[in-house]
Design a protein around this ligand. Structure first.
Ligand code: FES
Length: 112
């Protein structure tokens, strides 16, 4: 696992939804109610860019068909039967990091 710095000198008092790259993955970074969340940027329904969506009641809403995903768990709203991948986030000062598990880490865990 590795931490990737995805934002520098960010103003965390302002809400935002941005697409960032962390270790080669497109990640949707969301600052909602002064808490930062990281989810896969690709909607599992039909691949829309979730960073073009918006937040409603602790959920990220997809801009294409309005499916909704929990910011903490990535679970789809009841009845959707899907989810988006979530990533760990840490904030150090005004810098934001996202943790990505590389395939080599998964391979090491699988072998040992
Ligand atoms: S592409 Fe996201 S809900 Fe359909």
């Amino acid at each position: 696992m590795a931490w990737y710095k995805v934002l520098e000198r960010v103003e965390l008092s302002q809400p935002f939804i941005k697409k960032v790259n962390a270790g080669g993955k497109n990640v949707c970074l969301i600052n909602y109610n002064k808490q930062v969340f990281a989810l896969s940027a690709s909607c599992p329904h039909a691949g829309a860019d979730l960073s073009q969506g918006w937040c409603s009641e602790e959920r990220l809403v997809c801009p294409r068909h309005r499916y909704e995903y929990d910011l903490q768990t990535g679970k789809g709203a009841p009845g959707q039967n899907d989810y988006v991948k979530t990533y760990n986030v840490k904030v150090e000062g005004t810098d934001v990091y996202v943790e990505i598990t590389r395939w080599t880490d998964r391979l090491k865990n699988w072998i040992t």
